[in-house]
Design a protein around this ligand. Sequence first.
Ligand code: ASN
Length: 302
Amino acid sequence: MSSSATKQLVDVLKVKDEIMHAAREYLRDRGFTEILPVILSPITDPLHHDTFDGTVNFYGSPYQLTKSMILHKQIALRTLPRIYSVSPNVRMEPAERASFGRYLAEFVQLDLEVRDASRDEIISVGEGLLVHVLTAVTERCPAELVRLGRDLATPEVPFKRITFQEAQEQFGKGFDDALSASLSTPAWVIDFPRSVREFYDREDPARTDVLLDMDLMYPEGYGEALSGGEREHSLPRILRRLEQDGIDKERFSQYLSLVEEGIPASAGFGIGVERLTRFICGLENVEQARLFPKAPGKVGAI
Ligand code: ASN
């Protein structure tokens, strides 16, 4: 690595450290408890897009590397009302995605969930968290930001909202990049159609093809920041959604037994730590946001 790249990495890692410190500070002040991440489990997020599964032979049983902690977050809320985890995720995306500059095959999500929360409440947690982190980094890392050439503005809340349908009408299919490039402050995309998201995102009772979920988009073309929403928690609705998605319910048998016993209603989101670092530091590629990056398809990285 060149000495200028090494110097940049030192600043980026300092900013990332401050991001995590500020995020933990914000969540702890609002009654969240940090839970330790799950790395191996017979169940994980099925995701809606292509990834190759990371399967480990766990004493003769296939266990998967975590793709997101969503199902464990729902179960954890049986024990604690407001939780978050700094959760390593492995998503072996198709190799072409490395060229987009925002995918890592191994990344970390700050993944949170709140019992009995609505989407609006969780949207305010997301806005407050981002504003707190941006303010803290601006105050505590001024020299690093100057060296990185980044002049950050703290956005005003509430952030603008646009529905999935409006975004598609204005920016076309796969609108993320065009929408993000058009923004000068972060904005929410809400109301995704059921067909493009996972079985755990809750349907709007008034419009069953629309989900009570959301993504946050960064401005300036940095793309998606986070995904989340309200969750399905009733067994019959979850079983119906699994069937509609053509997913064999046996794959989730341990989860479904716990849902049958009862899991609470909830809402939450997961925000990608490296993407947040990339946005705050103004980096070209998310691979510059961590030590030991593993980009899709790039075999050999340690
Ligand atoms: N962590 C996200 C959520 O809470 C799910 C994901 O990353 N697929 O909704």
